[in-house]
Design a protein around this ligand. Sequence first.
Ligand code: PEP
Ligand code: MG
Length: 603
Amino acid sequence: MTFAIHGLAVSRGIAIGRAVLVGRVDVEHYFIKPEQIEAEIDRVRVGRNAVVEELQNLQVSLTQMGPKEAPHELGALLEVHLMLLQDDDLTDGVKHWITDRLYNAEWALTTQLEVISRQFDEMEDAYLRERKADLEQVVERVLQRMVGAALPMSAGQRSANAKRRKSDQQAQLDGMLDDTVDVPLVLIAHDLSPADMLQFKRSVFAGFVTDVGGKTSHTAIVARSMDIPAVVGARSASQLVRQDDWVIIDGDAGVMVVDPSPIILAEYGFKQRQGELERSRLNRLRHTPSITLDGQKVELLANIEMPEDAKVAVDAGAVGVGLFRSEFLFMGRQGKLPNEEEQYTAYRAAVEGMHGLPVTIRTVDVGADKPLDGWREKAGKTSKDESYLNPALGLRAIRWSLADPAMFLTQLRAILRAAAHGSVHLLIPMLAHASEIRQTLALIAQARADLDERAVPYGPVKLGAMIEIPAAALTVKLFLKYFDFLSIGTNDLIQYTLAIDRADEAVSHLYDPLHPAVLRLVADTISEAQRQGKGVSVCGEMAGDASFTRLLLGLGLRSFSMHPAQILTVKQEVLRSDASKLKAWAQRVLEADEPGAVLSGMA
Ligand code: PEP
Ligand code: MG
């Protein structure tokens, strides 16, 4: 039966494929070659046998203990675990996913775990229902004991997977949906963290839907950077969809259609084709300079997460990187932070990848919805700590860096060293206090002195501050005394001005870039920076949303930083705009009680 699930539209486009429900995404997902089937099945077998042996040894030692140290429940539990491990449902299912779908071993095992977990959920008997947790535990043990862990995907496999994504889309267009392994897969999960998204970036999925998340959560941001259709905040999607269901993700409307009828499928196939045509039309603008009708140059920069994204930025026609979110280098590392050399190599790769165009590297912004694993012990309470109630207001970004000067100095030295290889701008997130500015500048001076002492070469950097806390926007003159440029982080500026958690779908309807208070802070920041002849850009999601381009141009903005995938749509808007005529209109929007109505021409 066809039904639709509504959520928040976060990344454009249409994906049609089979649902893959994953409880966990921290395992590799890739397709194996048919000749690897036996080896993959064997990896699971070896892992399972190792756990069986481990549990049997435990059983033996239990029998040698007295009833006091070895309570009866423990023996019964081991028995249950052994039974679950040796159950045909688990082994046969895993074999099926590997043989018929060519999933790698970890993916097959976690997929089958999901399938069986559902069966447990549906059981009437509470005792049996609770065995789901036992199953999860034994599968976790098997994953840990599997030989060789996941083979990292070879470059060849990776590009084959990427091609498969593309050619699958083509196959759908030709109406060739069938039951072979060659169908696109879309991921349905309760939640994906930004670190999961890094894993996801290297996987095979053509789109995703999550139960939770807001429009400008970092998970949504990474989806946009991957330019794949995505819907977040779809509440109980992961409960309503079953493994292998056919689904359509409409990333423009924020809807997922489950089990679509042939007519709906045809309709979305058509929409998908239109989208592709629109993209190839826009592609022709790649080399067109971004200049308004009245001759104003507008700088379109890229937001990136990893050094390899620099190539995507150049290909999309970006004239530089306006925001390199360096924290993605720090994620998914089980608390082991990258050292100076590793960071230097990454920053240098981004700088060289831009071939002389400027790269703005933002110092680490972890915390809130970008927690670092294993960090709790070091920093005391962090957003990972369940007892920490307001992570977005906590030890985040520059606060985190200043709380650990050694870590911050390591990063600063790495960035300064990368600046010897090209044009680098150093950007500091979430500043609010004069004391934070003072401490930051002192640490930058110290990083330079450290490098001098070691006689390590480094380059000059332009220094920028993010304006993303209302307090910073209201005291922008202070910031302009110390910094060469400003970058307005509208995602957080909106969050902190309106007291709306950007990652919480329950309040996402109140997350309003057009709230008069937000617009006032943005407008005043732009005009003060310009009055003082300093650079100012917007690097929040507002900059990449073409429906705000004219307004921002009218407010005087001439530098926009966004995901590479958004650059051409925004450029098209710039090319069609007459900035001189937008000024008065933008003032009207700014002064309106409901700017949204003026913007959409309804007032
Ligand atoms: C912002 O807050 O607008 C911004 C660009 O930073 P981030 O989204 O990484 O918090
Ligand atoms: Mg921010």
